[in-house]
Design a protein around this ligand. Structure first.
Ligand code: CP
Length: 354
């Protein structure tokens, strides 16, 4: 039994097995319709959501289980000052698995330290969104039959776009992947995501601020919205223009290119693109339900006891990231880890500790 906080909490073999199971559930839903009878999924959403919360709930009902939870912070006792730690302890008494979305980076990791049941990160601030990535990988595998040997353009807000962070982290584990990172310099990818790809994987990063420059080379174009709600005051004053995908821009793209978007869309994909056969973002949202069914079933079938994640003694070192749950909730213990290139980072938000 384990928490899913980061996409790296699953091996590539485990992800392959989830994708296979998702396809089997899609083909034979009746075989799975009683597999979670008597089990309860709790959805703790401290930020708005349409796809993630509802697809998790639809997934659990499709497996014969039940759901409870809240979709706004102000309807839980957090509004009265209850901590994430106590909330996680209590909700794990009432449920068998917890799905948490929170505005603070690392909040689901913190919940996982106190919950006795598995915790799934459904998006933590501008940090990670691993189950969106499972949805993306499932879609890519359906479209191309493989996850390796692809050129993927990832466009928009790479600084705060949590879906892009998890997707890029995931793709660095597959062979011969080219990642074309398309953003204004002010919204470029944080250094902790652009980690060294595993040796021998031949993964390359290309950075550009032009949506057009590599259009003709892309197998996949992954569009994202600008995450204005995460901007600080100075960023709000100098808000960058969206990159907008139009039928005109797509004239230079491959006939077999696949356009993805985690959604919600604001205006970065023109609605005129929706009728283009390369637009796969609505199918992508549908795949999210099946991969989440596979994830719930897999986590609930695991009988191994939950073990707390390892960390390095923090001494007097503290995470200085104001958006980290360890800065927001002072009772949460500092937890640090050391990377293979000897950088000390916060376990909750991955910020470098100096
Ligand atoms: N992709 C995604 O996370 O959508 P929601 O915010 O609607 O859950």
């Amino acid at each position: 039994m384990k928490d899913i906080i980061n996409i790296l909490d699953m091996t590539t073999a485990e992800i392959d097995a989830l994708i296979d199971m998702a396809e089997d559930i899609r083909a034979y839903p009746e075989r799975y319709s009683e597999t979670c009878r008597g089990k309860t999924l709790a959805t703790l959403f401290f930020e708005p959501s349409t796809r993630t919360r509802l697809s998790f709930e639809a997934a659990m009902y499709g497996l014969g289980g039940n759901c409870l939870g809240f979709s706004q912070e102000n309807t839980s006792s957090i509004a009265k000052g209850e901590s994430i730690a106590d909330t996680a302890r209590i909700v794990s008494i009432y449920s068998d698995i917890i799905v948490m979305r929170h505005y603070a980076e690392g909040a689901p990791y913190a919940a996982g330290l106190y919950s006795t049941v598995p915790v799934i990160n459904a998006g933590d601030g501008g940090h990670n969104h691993p189950t969106q990535t499972l949805t993306d990988l499932c879609t890519i595998k359906r479209e191309f039959g493989r996850l390796s040997g692809l050129t993927i353009g990832i466009c928009g807000d790479l600084k705060y776009g949590r879906t892009t962070h998890s997707l890029i982290t995931a793709m660095t584990r597959y062979d011969s992947v080219r990642l074309v990172l398309i953003s204004p310099p002010s919204l470029s990818l944080p250094s902790y995501i652009k980690c060294t790809p595993p040796a021998g994987k031949n993964v390359t990063f290309i950075e550009t601020d032009s949506l057009d420059e590599y259009m003709g080379e892309l197998d996949i174009l992954y569009m994202t919205r600008i995450q204005k709600e995460r901007f600080d005051e100075s960023e709000r004053q100098n808000s960058p223009e969206n990159y907008i995908l139009t039928p005109e821009k797509l004239k230079r793209a491959k006939k077999g290119m696949c356009i993805l978007h985690p959604l919600p869309r604001v205006d970065e994909i023109s609605v005129d693109v929706d009728a283009d056969p390369r637009a796969k973002y609505f199918e992508q949202a549908e795949h999210g339900k099946f991969i989440r069914m596979a994830l719930i079933l897999t986590l609930l079938s695991d009988t191994k006891p939950k073990t707390p994640p390892a960390c390095e003694s923090p001494g007097d070192k503290r995470c200085r990231n104001k958006k980290c749950i360890s800065s927001i909730e002072c009772r949460i213990p500092q937890r640090l880890y050391r990377t293979t290139d000897n950088i000390l980072r916060c376990c909750y938000c991955d910020t470098e500790i100096v």
